[in-house]
Every structure is written in structure tokens, then in C-alpha cells.
Design a binder for this molecule. Structure first.
Ligand SMILES: [Zn+2]
Ligand SMILES: [Zn+2]
Ligand SMILES: [Zn+2]
Length: 337
């Protein structure tokens, strides 16, 4: 996350804030310029997104612009819980908060965001309560579905333990599922498909069979050598989505560290061995990431908490991350900001 400042007094404000704690100005987030702007100021240029109470949204829309009264993030939500589902609505607000972080990062990375209301198979979100009906978190034809029970900490932790996962968060779900969407944008039907298959495998492998064998027999022994998670071993699509999510974890957290003035010095006096598979910028980024996550894990252990980043990036995984990073950077060059 980039460092944000109050437009009035220049004090630091956080992405989730709706006002400045220093000067008291009412603020909202403007995604296209990635800055906090005054809401209800004399020039009246910006007003709050219509989802301010429903989703606790702190983003803005142009005042009286004749356009949508929903912001760039909220307008991507196609379905939300019914008004009389109080529990679903509370979790919906938590999920929307995670989704705003996701959408802000997609904007910041310069990835194309074309909504479901603009084109067939455009990006959209169904945030559904599984309290009454079964909901399967996943992606299909541009629509990301998230089971809002995942916004309940007790539920999510129980599932995490049942599945033996090292990491499970609502933001992580969003980053994984949107990864499936960006596979259709960045890889499917493009020149990147051969490179994808060389690294991740052939996605034409039967998905149903892959799922049965994953849940029947578990991941293959030694999967850590070439997959970022056990789930990534199930099918090339899942490997891509897991890797895509990790790239977003890495890019966001490193950016936050830099913007917050955090520098990590390698206690051994040298940088870790440069990983293979990336270009210069990517190699530097991974070295910084490895150093930072080691420090962050140690900080968490000092507080008796589990590791912040419970993953090991093997060289084959780094090569996959480099591939995704290259496609994301190339896409950002072609998108007008
Ligand atoms: Zn201020
Ligand atoms: Zn909004
Ligand atoms: Zn998936």
C-alpha cells in the first residue's frame, strides 16, 4: 500500500480512514489518482460512495457527475446478501473492506479492470451468505464468488485447520480468485500460453479428475520443490491462481514496507543468492522479499504469533512468480491510467 496523506494538513492517513485524525477533515479515497481527497469541501468535487453505510465504504465518486453513485470497488459487486440478512450484511462489510484493498492494488499495478456491467465475462463479485444456501468460493466467466462465512474468523480458522493450510484470509481468497480471472485476460488465447504450459503444466488436464485425486490422495510428496502451496498442486489453473495471489502479497507488502520506511539489513552481511528465472528488477524484489519476510516472521515469533508469511519460495516457484510478474508488468504498460 502506498503512503497516503491528508490533502489539508499533509498528516499521514491510512487507507481505511474516512477522516484525518490530525485536522479532522472528512476524507475519502479516490482510486484513479490513488489519493485521499476532501469530502464535502467548498468546491464540492467529491462525495461519498453510496455504499458508505451498507459496506462501510470510504471511497468517493465525483459529485453530481451523472455517473454511478457507487465507487470503482463497490460497482464491481454484482450480488450481496439480502437486506433482512443481518449476519450476512455484517460479513459483507468485512469482505468489501478486503475487496477495496484488492481493487486498489489492481489499479496501482495498472491491471485492466473491465466490469461485468461493461462486457460479457467482465470482472464482478458475488458476495454471498452460505447461511441459507450452499456457496462455493470460486471464479467463473469473470465472476468471483466468495462465501461470506469466510469473513467469520472462527469459521475460517476451523476450515484452515481442517485443510491443513498455512494461511487463509479473506484478502487471500480475493487475490486467488481474481488470479483465475486474470489468467483469462493475460494467458488464455495469448502468446503467453506456451510459456504458461512449460512452467505450470497443461491446463487442458481434466479439472474434475484433478480435484478428486487431490482430495483423495493429497498433494504429491516433495511438492514444496515446485509449488507455492499444496493446493497449487491440484491443477495448473490452481497453481497459477496461488502464484498470482503470492505475487500480489509480495508486491503489496514490499510496497508497504518501503512506503513506511522499513529497511531490512541482512545480518549475514550479504544478499541471498539471486534467484533464477527473473529479470534484474524481479531478482532484487525477491531478495528484498525473502529478507523482509524472515524479519517479519521473527517479529511475529517475538509476539508469540504464528509466522506472518509461512511459505518457502523454492527456485521453481520463483521462476513461476517471475513469469506472472512479467505478464502483469507488460499488461500495466498497455493500460491507460
Ligand atoms: Zn488533516
Ligand atoms: Zn464504494
Ligand atoms: Zn482456485
Amino acid at each position: 500500500m502506498r503512503l497516503l496523506r491528508c490533502p489539508t494538513c499533509r498528516a499521514r492517513v491510512y487507507f481505511e480512514n474516512d477522516g484525518c485524525l490530525t485536522c479532522g477533515a472528512a476524507l475519502g479515497f479516490r482510486p484513479d489518482t490513488f489519493e485521499m481527497v476532501a469530502v464535502g469541501a467548498a468546491d464540492g468535487a467529491w462525495e461519498r460512495c453510496a455504499n458508505v453505510s451498507m459496506a462501510g465504504c470510504n471511497w468517493v465518486v465525483p459529485t453530481g457527475g451523472g455517473g454511478s453513485t457507487l465507487c470503482r470497488s463497490c460497482s464491481l459487486t454484482r450480488t450481496r446478501p439480502a437486506d433482512d440478512d443481518a449476519e450476512g450484511r455484517a460479513r459483507f462489510a468485512e469482505a468489501e473492506a478486503a475487496k477495496r484493498r484488492l481493487v486498489a492494488q489492481l489499479v496501482d499495478l495498472g491491471l485492466p479492470i473491465v466490469g461485468f456491467d461493461e462486457v460479457d465475462d467482465g470482472l464482478g463479485f458475488d458476495l454471498l451468505s452460505s447461511h441459507f444456501d450452499e456457496v462455493v468460493t470460486g471464479h467463473e466467466d469473470g465472476i468471483v464468488t466468495v462465501d461470506l462465512a469466510e469473513a467469520d474468523d472462527a469459521h475460517r480458522e476451523r476450515v484452515r485447520q481442517e485443510l491443513g493450510e498455512a494461511y487463509r484470509t479473506v484478502l487471500g481468497h480475493f487475490r486467488h480468485e481474481v488470479g483465475h480471472y486474470y489468467w483469462t485476460v493475460l494467458v488464455e488465447g495469448t502468446d503467453a500460453i506456451d510459456g504458461f504450459r512449460a512452467l505450470f503444466g497443461d491446463e487442458r488436464a481434466d479439472y474434475g479428475e484433478a480435484m478428486s485425486s487431490h482430495y483423495g490422495g493429497g498433494p504429491p510428496l516433495g511438492w514444496e520443490a515446485d509449488h507455492v502451496s499444496a493446493y497449487a498442486t491440484m491443477h495448473p489453473w490452481e497453481d497459477w491462481a496461488e502464484t498470482f495471489a503470492h505475487l500480489l502479497h509480495l508486491r503489496d507488502t514490499l510496497q508497504t514496507a518501503v512506503e513506511s520506511g522499513v529497511t531490512v539489513v541482512d545480518p549475514d552481511g550479504g544478499a541471498p543468492t539471486p534467484p533464477p528465472g527473473g529479470d534484474g528488477d524481479f531478482d532484487v524484489m525477491v531478495r528484498e522479499w525473502v529478507g523482509l519476510t524472515r524479519a517479519l516472521n521473527e517479529l511475529n515469533r517475538s509476539m508469540g504469533e504464528p509466522d506472518l508469511y509461512p511459505f518457502v519460495l523454492a527456485p521453481a516457484v520463483i521462476a513461476k512468480l517471475a513469469f506472472v510478474d512479467r505478464l502483469v508488468r507488460d499488461a500495466s504498460l498497455t493500460v491507460a491510467r
